[in-house]
Ligand binder design. Structure first.
Ligand code: PMP
Length: 445
């Protein structure tokens, strides 16, 4: 859609013209672009976000789920001030706050015996996979189609792909997602449909002795909100045990968002390694790898798996993460968020029933998704068939409608949104009402 945004946008347009001269495409990556130009944001506070043209939005994007307590939480601002006063910004040297944060994570996350910090989710999955290869002396990792685990060559395969390129579901082939990836990475990769337990067993029967690790989102959020088939995670656990492969839960979205123990505490299945990011620092760039001591101790200096980054264990990030978990312990928002999530789901479901539009709403705790189809969705191939790309007309028009209604959802290929603890019931009702009005206006489309 090239028509202008339905909200005042002159400032964004001018910034885009300026940015394009110095920033490729004017944005930090394709995920932030939307036609005719991105909307440039200038402030976020609590549940609200403002763009440079003064439009105010209720933010249901929450920085891709990183914001859990609400934007710019005052309690964490106190932590930031205190940290700057007492410590400063960055040492790139060992400091006492690291152990405090590690102890908090170990207290809550079932798989965590030892913890190490980096900055982004991609770094966490990269190191976890490399560690798994070193631990097992094997080459292959197995990931599920439609799952995003970051931008690196180990995992950026078969994320938003055309199923026609990926072979049959019984014999899936990895589909490269970016130009410039090393082709040899494909040799180290196996793919399988999410919740396709039968194909998973077949893959293990054939390649089990070569599989260093399985990496899986315990809730399939990169496809919106899709729960695993009932036997899926337990079967992965069993196959990994039988074949001595490392099981990695990628809890970059679910960690500390669904509850203090993450999705693993909810489903009762404990992985060997866990990657976390986003919500546990309420928007500051920190991620973690946690897991069995036996595996974690293989990171240097104890073991031979290299681990280092200038900003790993960054003082301010570590302090905020620790402060954030302390707030989550003392004032847990989970019941409230779940009640808001259920309210959102029930409201949108009622709007679907009332208008008869072919749509499905998904929700788990504070994460929700809307699909413009009535078909049950279990894995990415189900979704790809109705082409929910970012360019999809329904998606673009829905996003525009929402912006006009004062609601920010991200221009993403799937309509997936988040709630944070600063959202109110009135905010949720506003979203539901705007969605109902959209359904009514587009009933015949
Ligand atoms: N794993 C999962 C499950 C994610 O959702 C994401 C980001 N959306 C990542 C890894 C990568 O995290 P980052 O963008 O911080 O590198």
């Amino acid at each position: 859609i090239d028509t202008p945004w339905p909200v005042p946008h002159r400032g964004s347009k001018e910034l885009f013209e300026r940015a394009q001269k110095v920033i490729p495409g004017g944005v930090m990556g394709q995920g932030r672009f939307a036609k005719p130009h991105p909307l440039y944001m200038t402030k976020a506070q609590g549940a609200r976000m403002w763009d440079v043209d003064g439009n105010e939005y209720i933010d249901f994007h929450c920085a891709f789920g990183a914001v859990l307590l609400g934007h710019n939480d005052p309690r964490l601002r106190t932590v930031i001030d205190r940290t700057l006063d007492q410590h400063g910004v960055a040492f790139s040297a060992a400091h006492p706050l690291e152990s405090e944060l590690a102890e908090r994570i170990i207290k809550h996350v079932p798989s965590a015996e030892k913890v190490i910090f980096c900055c982004t989710g991609s770094e966490a999955t990269y190191h976890a996979i490399r560690r798994s290869r070193a631990h097992t002396g094997r080459n292959k990792i197995l990931k599920f189609e439609g799952a995003y685990h970051g931008w690196h060559d180990y995992v950026q395969w078969s994320v938003h792909f055309d199923p026609a390129e990926a072979g049959s579901p019984e014999a899936p082939k990895p589909v490269q997602e970016s130009a410039g990836m090393i082709r040899a990475a494909e040799e180290g990769l196996l793919t399988c449909g999410y919740s396709d337990t039968k194909t998973l067993r077949d893959i293990f029967a054939k390649h089990g002795a070569d599989i260093a690790a399985v990496i899986v989102e315990p809730i399939y959020h990169n496809a919106g909100v899709v729960m695993p088939a009932p036997d899926f995670l337990s079967e992965i656990r069993r196959l990994c045990d039988d074949n001595k492969s490392v099981l990695i839960f990628d809890e970059v979205i679910t960690g500390f968002r669904v509850g203090l123990g993450g999705a693993q505490a909810q489903c009762g299945i404990t992985p060997d390694l866990t990657t976390m990011g986003k919500a546990f620092a309420n928007g500051m760039p920190i991620s973690a790898i946690a897991g069995k001591a036996e595996i974690m101790n293989g990171f240097a200096p104890l073991g031979k798996t290299f681990f280092s980054g200038t900003f790993y264990g960054h003082v301010l990030n570590v302090a905020v993460a620790s402060g954030c978990i302390e707030i989550l312990e003392n004032d847990p928002p989970y019941e409230y968020l779940d009640s808001l999530g259920k309210r959102l789901k029930a409201g949108i479901q009622a709007a679907i029933d009332q208008t008869g539009v072919p749509a499905t709403v998904g929700q788990h705790g504070s994460v929700w998704a809307l699909y413009f189809t009535r078909r049950g969705l279990a894995n990415y191939r189900d979704m790809a068939s109705f082409a929910q790309t970012k360019e999809h007309p329904i998606h673009s028009s829905f996003q525009r409608w929402m912006l006009e209604s004062g609601i920010y959802i991200h221009p993403h290929f799937i309509i997936r949104g988040y709630l944070n603890a600063a959202h109110t019931e009135a905010d949720v009702d506003h979203l539901v009402d705007a969605t109902r009005r959209y359904f009514i206006a587009h009933k015949e489309d």
